[in-house]
Design a protein around this ligand. Sequence first.
Ligand code: ADP
Length: 472
Amino acid sequence: MVRTIIKTLLKLILYPFRIIIKLLISFFKRLKFSIAFKISTTYVLLYIVIIMIAALTTTVGYFLLEIRKFENTVITNDVEYIVKNFPEVRNIKVRDSDYNSVEIYDENLNTYFSTGRHGKYVSSILLVIEKILFDNEYIYSGAFSYRNSDYYLNISYPVGEILKDAWRISFVVLISGALGLLFIIPIVVSTSYKLIGPIKNMTEITKTITVNNINTRLDIKDAQDELKELSQTFNEMMDRIEGGYKIQQQFVSDASHELRTPIAVIKGYVNMLDRWGKNDKAVLEESIEAIKNETDNMQDLIEKLLFIARSDRSTLNFTKEDFRIMSILNEIEKETKMIDKEHKLYFDFYHDAIIYGDKMQIKQAIRIIIDNAMKFTPPGGHIMVSGFIEDDYYVIKVKDTGIGIKKEDLDKIFDRLYRAEESRSKAIGGHGLGLSIAKIILLGHKGKIRVRSKFGKGSEFSLLFPYLQSQF
Ligand code: ADP
């Protein structure tokens, strides 16, 4: 009951303070102080705290030292005198000493003798401190024996002078601390601003970066430690962004270039038709055939570009289902045999497996690899397609005895619109997008592509798809 009343009373008393603290916190939160200001304030506050601690310790230290000196001289003499003259101490007041009062208590702590000031025996340090602070009085406490009985002694001394000196010392320390603050503040402020300078510089430079000056980098020289690391990381990030941006730009320019050729061809034929084709049947037929080819070519290119763009924008959707890989492998075998009469074709599907994936896309990826084998293998060459299980993957391997790929081209053939020198000079069709698309499809199925090739001898492409269930 009493407790709850006290609690509510305390709450009521503290309520205004809590409101003030809350208001102050929200006020400071709203204020957007700069980091330099915050660092400076923290250091200045730290300095003030240190000065206050220094003032306190020197004051207390001085006081304790003086009291110890006093105890060793005056107090020891007084105690000796009292003990020596005990119990005849009634004339004690006559003695020339500095004390305020003397109290002697018997074994039961009842007053035995008193010059008339204290009521109770004082021995606790807290009481002693209280007396020092509020009454400017130091109370010595001690005990002695007389005829087998214990007696307790309290002597109180005025310590106003010592205290005054102690406060003076504290005042001097505080004043010198305050003077020091005048020197400290400009140093702390300038150091903090110097420390933060690189960040400001970074912000200014970062603000100016656009696609037009994407090669701008932060100056690492005057940054230090973590800021240097931050600038370095930022610069590395910009390198990556710039790299990606350049690839994208190159891709756009290459794609436009690829589209320019069929359009130029179509335009040429249209002009020819315009001039002579209306009456010349041979020109008419040739032009229609060429325009048809070129539009097919363009359509193929645009569809491939759209596929890649969808993948870049992450809007490419795979319609995945469980299906037997053999079902599409058989279809591919039939189709290839139908369209390719120029090469010796071998199909060996050793195992079957259930795969979770987009049937159409997986078929497209395999087609891309087989089409390339057909394109880059001279007539009469061999193309071997096999299917089997290897560890956690179903592998579709396409091996040809074609023109092969140079070592330096091997890591570039998956780049968009990249075609090796040989395939371009031999005027073999293609836009250099097939393998990029195959790679996108494989990655979308958590699969892998492996290539091995010997220039002039042939190539071997393996598509690896993770499978759900094997069927031997
Ligand atoms: P393309 O439409 O030109 O075939 P791809 O992306 O499919 O585009 O292939 C990129 C390049 O990789 C080809 O231009 C060719 O230089 C090389 N390449 C791909 N497959 C083979 C292969 N089986 N034999 C030799 N070179 C190949």
